[in-house]
Design a protein around this ligand. Structure first.
Ligand code: FES
Length: 162
């Protein structure tokens, strides 16, 4: 009668030990780092255009005023009745909702309603801190950036961004 098989490697039968809880993946449980995240390519954000993008488990829009100034990133849904502002239009330096014409400035504040009613004092989109580097529009997950976008150890003209 044969006895129980023995392993060649005595360590293979040792119970696996966890030294620390596993680090959750970005977005697990709806939690994201306070860091910079890419939103869209700068080349896709022409002057006077708006681009919608998934962001941190939700949605944002990036827009650029008709004058070609800095990119802005704000929450995507109009505070009036919730229309997706990625189907809106840029008028001057403001983003206009297609549904009833509310307008938002680059700081996310509602600047005007569609029919000229007084603007509700708390009517504003969340404005994400935004920078453009390496051909990408980046937004920081937070009200103010906790650090600058890190430098890459390569000249920008040697980078290929897709
Ligand atoms: S839903 Fe945007 S103005 Fe009404």
């Amino acid at each position: 009668m044969a006895g129980p098989e023995r392993s060649e490697n005595p360590l293979s039968e040792s119970p696996r030990r966890e030294l620390a809880p596993p680090v959750p993946a970005e977005g697990d449980g709806g939690v994201f780092s306070q860091s910079w995240f890419p939103v869209c390519l700068s080349a896709d954000l022409k002057p006077g255009s708006v681009v919608g993008a998934g962001f941190l488990g939700g949605r944002v829009v990036a827009f650029r005023g008709e004058g070609g100034g800095p990119a802005r990133v704000v929450s995507a849904y109009c505070v009036h009745l919730g229309a997706d502002l990625s189907v809106g239009e840029v008028v001057g330096e403001q983003l206009r909702c297609r549904f009833h014409g509310w307008r938002y400035g680059g700081d996310g504040r509602c600047a005007a309603t569609g029919i000229g009613d007084p603007v509700p004092s708390r009517a504003r989109l969340f404005r994400f801190p935004t920078v453009e580097r390496y051909g990408i529009v980046w937004a920081f997950n937070g009200e103010e950036p906790l650090f600058d976008l890190p430098d890459l150890p390569h000249p920008e003209d040697e980078l290929v961004v897709r």
